[in-house]
Design a binder for this molecule. Structure first.
Ligand SMILES: Cc1ncc(COP(=O)(O)O)c(C=O)c1O
Length: 450
């Protein structure tokens, strides 16, 4: 195989060569002193430039659901680029975009049937919030401007999503300029009562009373929307307690508050259904998605809305723009081509069903780590799992990061979320891969120097 590094004259990765790139969400100096480079991927594996094989336990970053190196995606992307590199998305269109929207609605919850394309999960969230606010105005409820999120939620890094998210380090520095009028529900993570739950934990549905409290405080007439992840991913796989999402839906419906599910991680099969909405039997008004939409191959996100919301916008003069929002690269042809190829793969290979098939084995394997030194919790849903540790004294997060680095040295890619190791393998994962992941992670945990 020709190596793109040669084709594009990539210089040797010396310390100096690493300097110019300011890496996102990374400890730049620590990384550049001892880089973890990846240069090739196929199936369940990555390879480093030196040829060391790494088993991918996190689908890249929760996104390569169908596994790496799918030639169908590469071919669709290449053909699409050669045929039409770009088409303006404003007041113009191209067939791939309309087709991809149709394919998404075919697997979406019933009644959710219009799709707005963006380029990332963060943009999907900002777009969803703007849609929610304009929708409330359009239906004559313009006083509804307040938004509600949840602690330990992650909704990307732009201003709306950052404000509604509940991760202190992501918010702290920008606190003074956050979006106004935002409240948070408590998170549902309850180790005292729910540690080592398999699937949905028993305790926590009562936390929804906080939404009722906020409604009492502000009055429903001032609240536009609530945004939650069905399963909070980035803060360490927080599975919704039994009955929790249903109760949120009931309260939102009763008070005219839009319910937004941020399914950037849970979308496209991660829970065993196309969307968490279907898996948990709760239909929101808006769903945000990204990641698995293109199998991580080309940046793309989308916002799915109910017919009721879309129809509310389709008023006024027909030649007037209905929403003054969009991005140069909304519905980019390359991304749409990737998305279409990915939808075909999910369907043809029955990959969402495969998640259901593999989930019990994954669950048992992961829970075998219970009892190892420092392990305070193991939890899972579908092909999402997490192992939580007692933090190193006075150094929150250090143990999770140390585990991640030593796991990489041992040949597996996992994700550190504070003092939690998150796992979310591609859906093509075999039992032998799960065994390897858990065995290597177990060894790393046992060898931890406290
Ligand atoms: C639930 C959720 N929302 C939004 C985002 C932001 O997506 P992006 O990094 O593509 O902007 C993420 C990313 O992990 C996510 O998990």
């Amino acid at each position: 195989m020709t190596d793109i590094l040669n084709t594009l004259n990539v210089r040797p990765m010396t310390r100096e060569a690493l300097e110019a790139h300011w890496m996102p969400f990374s400890a730049n100096r620590n990384y550049k002193a001892k880089p973890r480079l990846l240069s090739r991927a196929k199936g369940m594996h990555y390879w480093t430039p030196e040829g060391r094989q790494i088993l991918d336990g996190v689908a890249g970053l929760w996104c390569v659901n169908a596994g790496h190196g799918r030639t169908e995606i590469a071919e669709a992307v290449g053909q699409s680029l050669a045929q039409m590199d770009f088409a303006p998305p404003f007041q113009m269109g191209h067939p791939l975009a309309f087709e991809l929207a149709n394919r998404i609605t075919e697997i979406a919850p019933a009644g959710m049937d219009h799709v707005f394309f963006v380029n990332s999960g963060s943009e999907a969230v900002e777009t969803a919030l703007k849609i929610a606010l304009q929708y409330q105005r359009l239906r004559g409820e313009g006083t509804r401007t307040r938004l509600i999120g949840r602690e330990r939620g992650y909704h990307g890094v732009n201003f709306g999503g950052m404000t509604l998210g509940g991760m202190p380090p992501n918010r702290k520095v920008w606190s003074g300029v956050m979006t106004a009028g935002v409240d948070h529900l408590s998170h549902t993570h309850d180790l005292a009562r729910n540690a080592f739950s398999r699937g949905q934990p028993e305790h926590g549905a009562n936390l929804t009373s906080e939404l009722e409290r906020l409604i009492g405080l502000h009055d429903a007439s001032n609240i536009a929307a609530l945004i939650v992840e069905p399963v909070a991913g980035s803060t360490g796989v927080l599975v919704p307690p039994k009955g929790y999402l249903q109760k949120l839906r009931e309260i939102c419906t009763k008070h005219g508050i839009l319910l937004i599910f941020d399914e950037v991680i849970t979308g496209f099969g991660r829970t065993g259904s196309a969307f968490g909405a279907q898996e948990f039997g709760v239909t929101p008004d808006i769903i945000t998605m990204a990641k698995g939409l293109t199998n991580g191959s080309v940046p793309m996100g989308a916002v799915l809305v109910s017919k009721e919301i879309y129809d509310a916008f389709m008023v006024g003069p027909e030649a007037a723009v209905e929403m003054f929002h969009g991005y140069t690269y909304s519905s980019h042809p390359t991304a749409c081509a990737a998305g279409l190829a990915v939808m075909d793969i999910y369907k043809r290979d029955g990959l969402f069903e495969r998640v259901k098939e593999m989930a019990p084995y994954f669950e048992d394997a992961l829970h075998s780590l219970k009892g190892l030194p420092g392990v305070t919790d193991v939890r899972n849903y579908g092909l999402m799992g997490a192992v939580e540790y007692e933090p190193f004294a006075g150094k929150p997060g250090a143990r999770g990061f140390d585990t991640f680095v030593r796991a990489f040295d041992a040949g597996i890619l996992v994700r550190a979320a504070g003092d939690i190791t998150a796992l979310s393998p591609p859906f093509i994962v075999e039992k032998s891969h799960i065994d390897e992941l858990v065995e290597k992670l177990g060894k790393v945990i046992r060898e931890t120097k406290v």
